[in-house]
Design a protein around this ligand. Structure first.
Ligand SMILES: Cc1cc2nc3c(=O)[nH]c(=O)nc-3n(C[C@H](O)[C@H](O)[C@H](O)COP(=O)(O)OP(=O)(O)OC[C@H]3O[C@@H](n4cnc5c(N)ncnc54)[C@H](O)[C@@H]3O)c2cc1C
Length: 300
């Protein structure tokens, strides 16, 4: 399987763009905010909340980060104007993290303040391990500045995550918990699938113990079942957590979760950089290519 994954990852650049576009339409809500709003309204009608992701994390100039921040400002206004049940997810690299940390903080802070003024929430996605410390430090700075409408993502595959939760405990922050999508070294990340699942469940318990709101982001049916068991056993009310899934993935399981009375949020990526997004994701983690291929031949 690893050979097939590597093959998919290395050959993606050769796949004609129209074919990548065809595959992407399932996972990306178009190029414009208008197209993303159509998708979001439909998801809201199906009983799902949404989180918008403006695609384009790799930037070279600070003007691009300013542009990203402005685009997210428009998304916040549109959420309000269209009465969408949704929030936004941002990547700090798209706000300039690798160029200038101080300017990044200023951009993110003013966005989180704008979101607060409109009654919205901002989720900071977690990127690869060179960004982890800086992302968590940014969260702490924002929270300590009195902004409670911001939370972060943590990755169950990282061996450090349980310790990070302990370090952040005083913030009683809202989290999204995911397995983690980047390819990391075995020195810092669990590689065994069951070990990652076990750490996921341990992190969930830790977050709930600490009184955090948790976004349980996974499409793994085993994990969904175990998380639901934990929530039931603890008597956690549906208002204290939500499940989260990516647009176009595991839609059957998604409906089941909603029918089960749980809140569920769909991650809705959109933007002109849809091609770069798909290619980068496949190169970063070719396993996704296998999912996508399988998904093309499977009905949910
Ligand atoms: C809402 C949300 C936000 C996320 N945010 C982040 C983040 O900030 N940082 C980060 O590192 N990771 C993030 N992820 C990705 C996450 O870390 C995992 O890589 C991804 O969810 C796959 O893990 P899984 O738990 O679904 O289990 P897996 O066992 O990997 O997947 C279970 C099944 O789901 C399907 N599947 C999973 N992922 C995909 C996909 N991309 N395309 C098509 N089918 C798929 C496959 O059928 C697979 O068999 C996010 C995931 C979600 C759902």
């Amino acid at each position: 399987m690893a050979i097939i994954d590597r093959l998919i990852g290395s050959s993606i650049g050769w796949v004609p763009k129209p074919i990548v576009r065809k595959i992407a339409t399932r996972y990306v809500a178009g190029e414009s905010l208008d197209s993303a709003l159509v998708v979001a309204k439909d998801l809201n009608r199906q009983g799902c909340m949404v989180t918008f992701d403006v695609l384009g994390e790799f930037i070279r100039q600070s003007e691009e980060a300013d542009h990203t921040a402005a685009e997210y400002g428009d998304v916040l206004k549109a959420i309000t104007a269209h009465g969408i049940d949704g929030n936004i997810s941002i990547k700090l690299t798209a706000f300039g993290l690798l160029l200038d940390e101080a300017a990044t903080y200023a951009r993110v802070r003013s966005l989180v303040e704008a979101a607060r003024d409109l009654g919205h929430f901002v989720r900071i996605d977690m990127e690869d391990s060179p960004c982890t410390d800086r992302t968590l430090a940014m969260l702490r700075r924002l929270r300590e500045a009195g902004l409670s409408n911001v939370g972060v993502v943590v990755q169950a595959y990282l061996k450090r995550t349980m310790q990070d939760l302990a370090t952040l405990a005083d913030l009683r922050s809202s989290y999204r918990l995911c397995k983690g999508i980047y390819v990391e070294s075995p020195d810092i990340a669990y590689k065994d699938a069951q070990e990652i699942r076990n750490n996921y469940l341990a992190c969930l318990e830790r977050m709930l113990d600490g009184g955090s709101y948790v976004g349980i982001a996974t499409h793994d049916p085993w994990l969904v079942e175990k998380c639901a068991e934990i929530l039931k056993k603890r008597g956690t009310p549906p208002a204290d957590y939500e499940f989260q899934m990516l647009l176009g993935v595991a839609e059957g399981l998604r409906s089941e979760i909603v029918r089960g009375g749980h809140r569920l949020r769909v991650y809705v990526p959109f933007g002109r950089d849809w091609y770069g997004y798909c290619v980068r994701r496949l190169k970063e983690n070719p396993k996704i290519g296998r999912y996508v291929l399988a998904g093309m031949f499977r009905r949910n």
